[in-house]
Design a protein around this ligand. Structure first.
Ligand code: DOR
Ligand code: ZN
Length: 345
């Protein structure tokens, strides 16, 4: 392959946050510029739990998207008291792409999430029956569980149970952040994982250092140790079909990223996400597997057609803008102000 110029099937982003109102207007086209489809997460201030909310949200996104054939996909936000008849109907009619499990208080806008896993077993039964995927924020938040062990604890206490009880349920372990989690995905059936750019680039020292915190590197699950980063890089760049793109690009206004006052977890990578992944694969000497990770493994797992157009990347230096600014919105861009050596043509 010519390493100065690569063409790949148009990617999708299987995990992104676009929010609402002026934030939605500010960030949507950072994702539509390169992706044909995005799974847009339902953790708005009022979570998306009904068909009506979902249809309205998708229409709103489409009306903002520059690319008119862009397809937003939205999962249902699982709560302990969903209307299961409506839920099933919305899944069968492809209104919801699947359902997202947020453990209660694990991350941004998760207070309506699940407190006790057994309380959503009836929803999981529906998902398994209609063959739609369960997307999981895989962290157990509980007293005495260290923030760095939340993923492992969720897997041991909850995911193993879900896997055993619903063997035919398709599962995506979102933003897998540890070697332990990636190995679990690799060794179990009917489960895949998305991997974010930050979990391929940062370790805990990039977030917590000298008794201080870099709020722009703070996300959930938190980035971990070097051994985790190495393992995730190896799974992503190997072409393994169980791993695919999911940026978890998660914008917050800069005023909500101030340590001690209010520091919401989330890293906004959409302005340069495909360029970051390409640089990582280049560093790993694995550019030949970039297309599988970005454009093939995801649709195959989700049973969607592979896109039939392409994008081109060229090896050329550029500086990522520091901020995304629009109306009342100001967001710090991940890698903002830094030099990247791959660019979308
Ligand atoms: O860092 C994160 N931010 N992780 C999540 O799971 C949610 C996201 C957000 O919505 O801000
Ligand atoms: Zn997310």
């Amino acid at each position: 392959m010519n390493k100065l110029n690569i063409k790949i099937t148009k990617p999708d982003d299987w995990h992104v946050h676009l929010r609402d109102d002026s934030m939605l207007e500010a960030v949507t086209n950072c994702s539509t510029r390169i992706n044909q489809r995005c799974i847009v997460m339902p953790n708005l201030d009022i979570p998306i739990t009904t068909q009506k909310q979902c249809l309205e949200y998708k229409e709103k996104i489409k009306s903002i998207a520059n690319q008119k054939n862009f397809i937003p996909l939205v999962p249902c936000y699982l709560t302990e008291n969903l209307n299961l008849i409506e839920f099933k109907d919305a899944l069968e009619n492809e209104i919801f792409v699947g359902a997202k499990l947020y453990p209660s208080n694990a991350t941004t806008n998760s207070s309506f999430g699940v407190k006790k896993i057994e309380n959503i077993f009836s929803s999981l039964e529906v998902l398994e029956e209609v063959n739609k995927p369960l997307l999981i924020h895989g962290e157990k938040v509980s007293e005495g569980v260290d923030i760095f062990d939340r993923e492992k604890k969720f897997i041991d206490d909850e995911l193993v149970l879900i896997r055993k009880k619903f063997p035919n349920l398709k599962i995506v372990l979102e933003h897998v952040s540890s070697k332990y989690g990636a190995d679990f995905v690799n060794h179990n059936d009917n489960i895949a994982a998305t991997i974010t750019p930050q979990h391929l680039m940062l370790t805990k020292e990039d977030v917590f250092y000298n008794e201080s915190l870099n709020p722009h590197h703070f996300c959930m699950p938190v980035v971990k140790e070097e051994k985790d980063l190495i393992s995730l890089r190896s799974y992503a760049s190997s072409g393994n079909k169980k791993f695919f793109i999911g940026t978890d690009s998660a914008p917050h206004h800069v005023d909500n990223k101030i340590p001690k006052l209010s520091c919401k977890p989330g890293i906004f990578s959409a302005p340069c996400s495909i360029e970051l992944y390409t640089s990582i694969f280049d560093e790993e000497d694995a550019l030949e597997n970039l297309e599988d990770f970005c454009s093939i493994n995801g649709p195959k797992f989700y049973d969607y057609p592979i896109n039939n157009n392409t994008i081109e990347l060229i090896k050329e230096e550029w500086i990522v803008p520091e901020f995304t600014i629009y109306k009342d919105v100001k967001i710090k861009n991940f890698f903002g102000g830094k030099k990247l050596n791959w660019k979308v043509k």
